[in-house]
Design a protein around this ligand. Structure first.
Ligand code: NDP
Ligand code: 8X3
Length: 255
């Protein structure tokens, strides 16, 4: 556990990694701010965290693609949750998996708006308070898709390469402010990710995780949590984690 309790803002907490990270940090007795578009899920998670761990939980329901909404949400955070110590930019996903010739431009825009621009808006909105305190930690969830491109990954590859590029640039610019920046690049993890990517096609989504043991959202949450527990003078800049069966974004050993 990190002492004393901190405030952790997790974007995209209505499912998958974000939900698991909210649980992990709440279990460690931190104040939690959870965001996403699905209000009912956020409310249920808030009730669960408050009941199970007795920590204060704030819900901010908004679309991360909306620049004004991001800044308004951050401005609405009450004193009891300020300042934010850890920002976990997790909201995102893939939409479509088509050859570049057939790829849908709306999918590309959704991926760039969500994974990249939303992450940049949230970072910009929260930076002033971190800079004022010369303290803070920003964890950006990229992907192995941002390390090595793969067939039909095009728009998602571009978005996640941008996440790593922005994270590395942030790390440099924030050095004088003593703010940590950690880029985390997970491999295949079974969440709602593939269901979103294949637009609700259960069979296609399930096939992604057949023949090997994928990561769970809990595995990713454990690793992200670890990156936030190190002494102030230690920063993990870049961390890749994959299932043991997966070597990189295009090589997985399946039985
Ligand atoms: P999920 O689909 O389970 O979760 C995605 C989260 O992002 C949801 O909470 C969703 O909330 C939120 N989100 C999506 N679009 C928006 C939006 N426009 N505004 C606000 N929130 C949004 O997927 P994962 O948990 O797997 O993914 C989390 C992150 O990890 C993503 O950035 C993904 O790219 C990345 N990743 C996933 C991997 C995997 O294999 N699963 C591997 C590597 C990286 P809501 O829909 O309620 O708005
Ligand atoms: C999600 C992992 O390999 O489907 O970022 O791109 S992958």
């Amino acid at each position: 556990m990190i002492n004393p309790a901190k405030t952790v803002l997790v974007t995209g907490a209505t499912s998958g990694f974000g939900e698991a990270m909210a649980v992990k940090f709440a279990a460690a007795q931190h104040r939690i701010i959870i965001t996403g578009r699905r209000a009912e899920r956020l409310e249920l998670l808030k009730q669960r965290l408050e009941k199970d761990y007795g920590v204060p939980v704030l819900v901010l329901c908004f679309d991360i693609r909306d620049r004004q909404a991001c800044f308004a949400a951050v401005a609405s955070i009450p004193e009891t949750f300020a300042p934010i110590d850890i920002l976990i930019n997790n909201a995102g996903g893939a939409w479509g998996r088509d050859n570049v010739a057939d790829a849908n431009l709306d999918d590309w825009e959704t991926m760039l708006d969500t994974n990249v621009k939303g992450l940049m808006y949230m970072t910009k909105a929260l930076l002033p308070q971190m800079i004022a305190r010369k303290q803070g930690h920003i964890v950006n969830i990229g992907s192995i898709a941002g390390k090595e491109p793969y067939e039909n990954g095009n728009g998602y590859n571009a978005a996640k390469f941008a996440v790593e590029g922005f994270s590395r640039a942030l790390r440099i610019d924030l050095l004088p402010h003593h703010i940590k920046v950690t880029h985390v690049a997970p491999g295949a993890a079974e969440t709602e990710f593939s269901l979103v990517r294949f637009k609700g096609d259960d069979e296609k989504a399930a096939a992604v995780y057949k023949g090997y043991e994928p990561l769970t959202a809990g595995d990713v949450a454990d690793v992200v949590y670890y990156t936030t527990t190190l002494p102030q003078h230690v920063c993990i800049n870049d961390l890749t984690l994959t299932p043991t069966a997966q070597a990189n974004s295009y090589t997985t050993y399946k039985s």
